[in-house]
Design a binder for this molecule. Structure first.
Ligand SMILES: Nc1ncnc2c1ncn2[C@@H]1O[C@H](COP(=O)(O)OP(=O)(O)OP(=O)(O)O)[C@@H](O)[C@H]1O
Length: 626
């Protein structure tokens, strides 16, 4: 199913130096066009010394040397310490500085005169002279001159002179091969110069024809930008070495050994139509991917590693198995390979049937699905929290294999409805505490839902304050009509949080704080609520022991609803549940907060919620369509 013999040019360093594509380009045997080619780096290198005059911003270009010489005495009245004076003297008297200034001034003078070279081929003249002199009777002066002209430094100096004189800043390429079959229209010669940037292409042996072909061009990479190499192009030669009988790895080895310019002889395949290119698409990754550990990837070096929650730009979906993508906002334009959605789903299902069949159970020793949603509005402290045991259970939805979710940017309009803030975490981690702090910090801004119950109203209670008191029949009808976010039964009475109670808080232009069991999150993920999910996780057990010394937790072991100090077992369960929740539902979390020090956790949460109201966030595209 996969091509396992694909090799990457990615880890090799090339730069194309000729051509027409806006990148450094390339050249074909049909249209050699070296005139247009520009090697900016070489140009800059040669040019830079001549621009030395711009080193300092002295308006007065001449007399810099004199100026520096007088500076120490000029500055003396302004310098208090003797040591500083000595330092200035030393600095301005430094021989190398003076030499540099002298050179600068000389160059400046030359530049002002716009010197033109006497001749542009001093190197050739020197060679002719050497030939001429070699036939002359040997004299001392002639010997000395021949020795001088033979010195590498002198040769290099003359060569640089000629380069500058001819303004020929392009790197010297070897001559074009003369054994190209003129009748063979399709042969293309491409020359590349090694550079730090990888080429961004892979090669493989075509299973049908046996030819070595370009397997992939990574979008945005050097090869892609050059527009000269395409998928399907047949590689015939590298630096004159035929590659027909070579393995892709051997070709990569030849490339690795090559220095400077490398010549490829290529027979172009069918040209990819630019129109075929997919439009830009952004996805949030819902799993971690490490190409170096992926046995199926056709080329590990071409892979793109990412973590759960990273936003990726999909550059190509041409291949049904391996998409090309880059990290959103990454300066590197070159794409890498990632498993396609379909492929990831398929292999996830094949690899881990056990996970799908037997979901990990989120521990619920004394917790349940609904209890937290009631907490802040509930005055009835006697109600046992375990009453909200949810019948829906924590089943892992087998249809949902977390792969990628298409996302887009969203910023809440200044007067728009607030996004629903959903808090999840293991029992006792501090959700209630954090909610309480938010409510106290700004009661006008934050709000919580009022739950429904079928329990009889007590004398001190008021409808719509502690609960909405409704009949069993109505409650059951509402359950049938999916009106509840979560619901459960305790001692013969139903309790639940309705979707309308969430709407009611939001309609008051408040931020609705809702804590739920994690399996409920996906039911809330709608364009209407645009939930922002915060996972609150416990710190290490050592920190739990330290920070929760005076804290109390409601024990679920009995029905007495007694607040007791945390036990070691409570801590362990909190940590284990947190791990399971994160592994199972982590892909749904927008923010993870470790509730170690309460003040820091609160300020972390508060800061994130402030940003949520004003800054742009990535949300599923479906939320912005309605
Ligand atoms: N960072 C913290 N440092 C110290 N104590 C904390 C911290 N966070 C919470 N607590 C305390 O831990 C106890 C349990 O917190 P809280 O009731 O908020 O947990 P919860 O997540 O809502 O769980 P439950 O639903 O079981 O009550 C409370 O006494 C609370 O004051």
């Amino acid at each position: 199913m996969f091509v396992l013999s694909e090799c990457s040019w990615n880890n090799r360093k090339y730069r194309t130096i000729t051509g027409s594509s806006g990148c450094e380009g390339g050249v074909s045997d049909r249209f050699p066009n070296r005139e247009r080619a520009t090697d900016q780096a070489a140009y800059n290198f040669v040019k830079r010394p001549l621009q030395f005059g711009h080193l300092a911003h002295f308006k007065e270009k001449r007399g810099l040397f004199e100026l520096l010489a007088t500076l120490p005495s000029q500055l003396k009245p302004h310098v208090d310490s003797q040591a500083d004076c000595a330092f200035l003297q030393d600095m301005f008297g430094e021989k190398s500085l003076q030499a540099l200034v002298k050179i600068h001034e000389k160059l400046q003078r030359y530049e002002d005169r716009s010197p033109t070279p006497v001749l542009i081929s001093a190197g050739t003249l020197a060679q002719d002279l050497v030939k001429e002199l070699q036939n002359k009777p040997v004299g001392l002066e002639i010997q000395e001159l021949l020795g001088l002209l033979d010195k590498p430094h002198v040769k290099s100096l003359l060569s640089v002179h000629d380069t500058v004189a001819q303004k020929s800043y392009d790197p010297q390429l070897p001559p074009m091969p003369d054994d190209i079959d003129e009748d063979e229209d399709s042969v293309k010669i491409i020359r590349l110069v090694k550079n730090k940037e990888p080429l961004g292409a892979t090669i493989k042996r075509d299973e049908c024809t046996g030819a070595i072909v370009v397997a992939r061009i990574m979008r945005g990479g050097a090869a892609d930008r050059s527009g000269l190499i395409h998928v399907g192009d047949e590689l015939k030669e590298v630096n004159g070495i035929p590659v027909d009988d070579k393995k892709p790895e051997e070709i990569i080895h030849i490339l690795a050994q090559s220095q400077g310019a490398i010549t490829f002889k290529i027979i172009p395949g069918i040209k990819e139509d630019a129109q075929d290119r997919q439009p830009k698409m952004f996805v949030k990754s819902l799993f971690d991917f490490d190409p170096s550990e992926d046995k199926a990837i056709p080329c590990k070096e071409a892979g793109l590693a990412f973590k759960k929650g990273d936003v990726l730009q999909i550059m190509s979906q041409d291949d049904a198995t391996w998409w090309q993508a880059r990290h959103e906002g990454d300066a590197n334009p070159r794409a890498g390979l990632i498993p396609s959605k379909q492929f990831q789903e398929r292999r996830f299902a094949l690899r881990r049937p056990g996970v799908l069949a037997q979901p990990q159970k989120v521990s619920n020793r004394r917790s349940s699905s609904l209890r937290r949603s009631f907490r802040l509005s509930r005055k009835d402290r006697k109600t046992n929290k375990s009453m909200y045991e949810c019948k829906k259970s924590d089943q892992y939805d087998t249809a949902d294999v977390p792969t990628y979710e298409e996302v887009t940017t969203y910023c809440r309009p200044p007067s728009g409805q607030h996004r629903l803030v959903v808090l999840v975490g293991p029992t006792g981690v501090g959700l209630n505490e954090l909610k309480r702090k938010l409510l106290i910090s700004d009661p006008q801004h934050f709000g919580v839902t009022v739950p429904h119950t079928t329990r009889v109203k007590r004398s001190q209670e008021s409808e719509g304050v502690e609960y909405h008191f409704i009949s069993k029949h109505l409650f059951e009808t509402d359950v049938q009509n999916n009106k509840f976010v979560e619901h459960g039964e305790y001692r013969g009475n139903y309790y639940g949080t309705s979707l309308d109670s969430v709407r009611s808080v939001l309609s008051k232009n408040k931020v609705c704080l809702l804590d739920v069991q994690p399996h409920t999150i996906k039911h809330l993920r709608t364009a209407e609520f645009k939930p922002y999910v915060v996972f609150v996780k416990p710190p290490t057990i050592e920190r739990l022991r330290e920070t929760r010394r005076d804290a109390k937790v409601i024990s679920g072991k009995d029905d007495k609803c007694l607040a007791k100090p945390f036990s070691e077992e409570d801590f362990l369960e909190m940590i284990n549940t947190s791990r399971v929740m994160e592994a199972q539902y982590g892909y749904l979390f927008d923010k993870v907060i470790v509730n170690d020090d309460l003040t820091s956790a609160f300020s972390d949460l508060n800061g994130a919620l402030k940003k949520l109201e004003t800054e742009t966030h990535w949300v599923p595209v479906s939320w912005t369509h309605s």
